[in-house]
Design a protein around this ligand. Structure first.
Ligand code: 2GW
Ligand code: MN
Length: 286
């Protein structure tokens, strides 16, 4: 019975107002304490946003790294991005790989291009994941700044499974890690050793942001990436440290980086960008 009552409350308090009266959501935080929007389903009108971004003829870059065995993820990543990512806008995929011969040729919609850049790989996984930051920051100055307005930087072991559009764009944005959006900050897996450059004290930290998805204007992404590439160990810790002091101007809800490992959540009805299940040992072995 209590379950049933909870369900009715949920229906009348949250879902029905949303559908029938277009009222703002009241079940989740929609704005951060520093007044950055938190992007949830049902909080934006995509037609208004699309019109605004089309007027500015915005070009969006999507950077993705597929090194060693991770090249297997690329086809699904791009194919689902064609269906759901920034549809109708100018999109420039930047693929970085050590195995250019393994990159399949994919047909893209009009206004969308894909560049493959060869990079060297590393033995240590921390070097593989963190060198992404170095490569992104170098390319900001050499290329991105001349070719795109915004950059979105993502893991490759992901698929798009629902709309991801210009509502995510802002000067600098980060996404809340799906495993921590209801967690107390004491539970965040931040770097706790004071001598580390990634150090965050137990009583600080706004959200726990994921390392697999962030972005913003080329200028802002350059700042994030150059801060993080000095990391010794874990890129995600540095990203969280950076965003503690240089707050994101938009925060994406976990709809934008879901992981089915965390099950399903009533707060996340649309899972827009989802981690693919992988055999960790096999995919990460040389
Ligand atoms: C190799 C050995 C161990 C771990 C990763 C890799 C590896 C990563 C690789 O052989 N080839 C490769 O292209 N990558 C790239 O790094 C690829 O783009 C991948 O999506 C990304 C992050 O690695 P991944 O997806 O295995 O890490 P997750 O899913 O556990 O992601 C979180 O933790 C990472 C650790 O640094 C990052 O912070 C990542 O951004 C997080 O989402
Ligand atoms: Mn990943």
């Amino acid at each position: 019975l209590s379950f049933f009552c909870a369900f009715l409350t949920f229906l009348f308090a949250f879902l029905l107002p949303l559908f029938f009266f277009h009222l703002p959501r009241t079940d989740v935080m929609m704005v951060t304490p520093w007044l950055a929007p938190i992007v949830w389903n049902g909080t934006f009108d995509i037609d208004i946003l699309n019109a605004q971004f089309h007027k500015r003829d915005v070009h969006i870059g999507l950077t993705v790294f597929a090194l060693k065995k991770y090249t297997v993820f690329l086809e699904n990543f791009i194919e689902t991005a064609e269906k759901y990512f920034m549809v109708g806008h100018k999109v420039h995929y930047y693929v970085f790989t050590d195995r250019p011969q393994d990159i399949p040729s994919l047909s893209l919609a009009e206004g969308r291009t894909l560049d493959v850049t060869e990079v060297t790989s590393y033995k240590r996984w921390q070097d593989v994941t963190m060198r992404r930051m170095q490569i992104i920051s170098e390319n900001c100055l050499q290329r991105f700044i001349f070719e795109v307005d915004y950059l979105v930087c993502a893991d490759v072991d992901m698929i798009f499974s629902d709309h991801v559009g210009v509502e995510i764009l802002s000067d600098v944005f980060a996404a809340i890690h799906p495993g921590f959006f209801q967690a107390n900050r004491k539970k965040f897996t931040n770097e706790r050793r004071p001598r580390s450059h990634g150090f965050i004290p137990k009583d600080e930290g706004d959200y726990y942001y994921t390392g697999c998805y962030f972005g913003g204007t080329v200028e802002e992404v350059y700042k994030v990436a150059s801060f993080c590439h000095n990391a010794l160990w874990h890129d995600e810790s540095y990203l969280n440290r950076y965003f503690l002091y240089y707050k994101p101007t938009k925060v994406l809800s976990p709809e934008y980086v879901w992981n089915n490992y965390y099950g399903s959540s009533v707060y996340v009805p649309s899972k827009r960008f989802v981690h693919v299940e992988k055999d960790y040992v096999r995919i990460r072995s040389d």
